[in-house]
Ligand binder design. Structure first.
Ligand SMILES: [Zn+2]
Length: 450
């Protein structure tokens, strides 16, 4: 048994049921789980480890609900810099076809290192390219090296160039293989216990890149194994037109009909949902991961997030892949969500507030992942939390330092802990060899240079 006492925070943002913000607050932790939360004077005086966070704002660790970590070595790729989603895909597929399995593991490690520094303590990765040799074992090993909780989306595509789509045949899989390998990945890696560091979700890519049969069978498989289900939906106007032309329905209608929208589902993007679509998602209990930087980068559009929230849809936050963001940074993503919600908003009532965005990045994203043990600081939750020094230059002088975290540009948290264990210390990953990672990236770049 080990205990940890965190005390004297300038403000402790709990994100609990009452959304309490406690001046001078702290938490008492035993074996990675929170036992008590409250004013520091009401907490025990002793513990195996005591951390004084005077002058710091303390929040639950951020939860990233949508990523494609394998793109971390493809940032600002020249053939994919200036196009919409389809041009971008066409630009990148030749490069993705050349990726070696070790490139995927290296890219995952890089993306996780970067996002951890921005305050992420849990990351969901939607990995839908499984060329020969890419393994879930290697993905989870990359996450273990960094120290974050990792949710691997065993994704898939069975439509590509041979069917008038975009992916080359080498990056497509056969339906039966997909389902067998997904089942195997869940059985081997999925840990549903409280405090879990490894989970698996089922994640066909989209209605444009997976057949209705595969979508349906994948949703059934997720239900059978009682894991989460995830895919891209309503990302672009072109997707709406494609599905309508082919199936005579809007994508959300088709997805519902296929059994793909249930309480275990969250979809990525949801930029183009009309009132009917929002009603479907709300009734089905499915959530949305908002990825504002990617939506801007690819000119996909502006997701009307406040409308979704008002209709009772859970909306979390994600950075999307590193080739369309091109960063893995939840602090800057939160700020982008705040700012983008104001562009074209009908009235100020449709603006997202700073605390709403923080809630999306913590509680809401945790709900999307089906986690009951992360996303807020309350008894029985795990001790995943971040701390930002309110005396930092970027937010100095603000009377509302909690809001300033989102309104002002900050790239890194000062400290973070996962399961009561230090992840980031003074803006650096504790015990992790960043120089070694950069050296491996350099060697890889030399090997793949044209
Ligand atoms: Zn995506």
């Amino acid at each position: 048994m080990t205990t940890l006492l965190v005390r004297n925070a300038r403000v402790l943002v709990t994100m609990d049921e009452e959304r309490r913000e406690i001046a001078g607050g702290g938490i008492f932790v035993r074996d990675g789980f929170i036992e008590q939360v409250g004013p520091s004077t009401a907490l025990p005086n002793t513990a195996d480890e005591i951390i004084d966070l005077s002058e710091h704002i303390v929040l639950p660790g951020f939860v990233n609900a949508h990523h494609h970590l394998n793109q971390s070595l493809d940032r600002a790729y020249p053939p994919a810099q200036d196009g919409t989603l389809v041009d971008w895909l066409k630009g990148l597929y030749p490069r993705w076809e050349r990726h070696e399995p070790e490139d995927t593991a290296l890219a995952t490690e890089l993306g996780l290192a970067e996002i951890a520094l921005s305050g992420a303590t849990t990351v969901a990765d939607h990995q839908y390219l499984w060329r020969k040799g890419v393994t879930a074992d290697a993905q989870f090993e990359s996450a273990r090296k960094i120290g974050v909780r990792f949710h691997l989306g065993r994704g898939s595509q069975n439509l590509g160039q041979p069917h008038g789509g975009f992916a080359p045949p080498s990056l497509l899989e056969d339906d039966d293989d997909i389902l067998a390998r997904t089942s195997e990945t869940i059985t081997r890696h999925h840990d549903p216990s409280l405090g879990s560091f490894r989970q698996v979700f089922v994640a066909p890519s989209s209605l444009r890149t997976a057949t209705p049969q595969l979508m349906q069978r994948s949703a059934d498989l997720a239900a059978k194994h009682d894991v989460r289900f995830h895919f891209h939906l309503g990302e672009t106007r072109a997707e709406i037109d494609f599905v309508h032309a082919k199936f005579g329905q809007r994508p959300a209608q088709l997805a519902q009909e296929l059994g793909c929208l249930t309480p275990r589902t969250w979809v990525a993007h949801g930029v183009h949902f009309d009132d009917g679509d929002v009603g479907i998602l709300s009734r089905c209990g499915s959530g949305i991961c908002h990825c504002p930087s990617s939506n801007m980068r690819l000119s996909s559009g502006i997701a009307p997030v406040s409308r979704y929230l008002k209709n009772g849809v859970t909306v979390g936050l994600g950075v999307d892949g590193s080739a369309s963001n091109d960063s893995s940074n939840l602090l800057t993503e939160a700020r982008t969500a705040l700012l983008l919600s104001r562009v074209m908003a009908p009235t100020a009532a449709d603006f997202l507030g700073a605390r709403t965005v923080l809630e999306m990045a913590t509680r809401n994203s945790a709900r999307l992942l089906g986690r009951r043990d992360i996303g807020s600081l309350a008894p029985q939750m795990v001790a995943d939390f971040i701390a930002i020094d309110s005396n930092r230059l970027e937010i100095a002088g603000s009377e509302d330092p909690v809001a300033a975290i989102v309104f002002c540009t900050m790239a890194r948290v000062d400290h973070s802990w996962v399961h009561g264990k230090r992840l980031v210390e003074r803006g650096e990953l504790k015990g992790y060899d960043v120089d070694g990672l950069l050296e491996r990236i350099h060697i890889r770049a030399e090997r793949t240079a044209p």
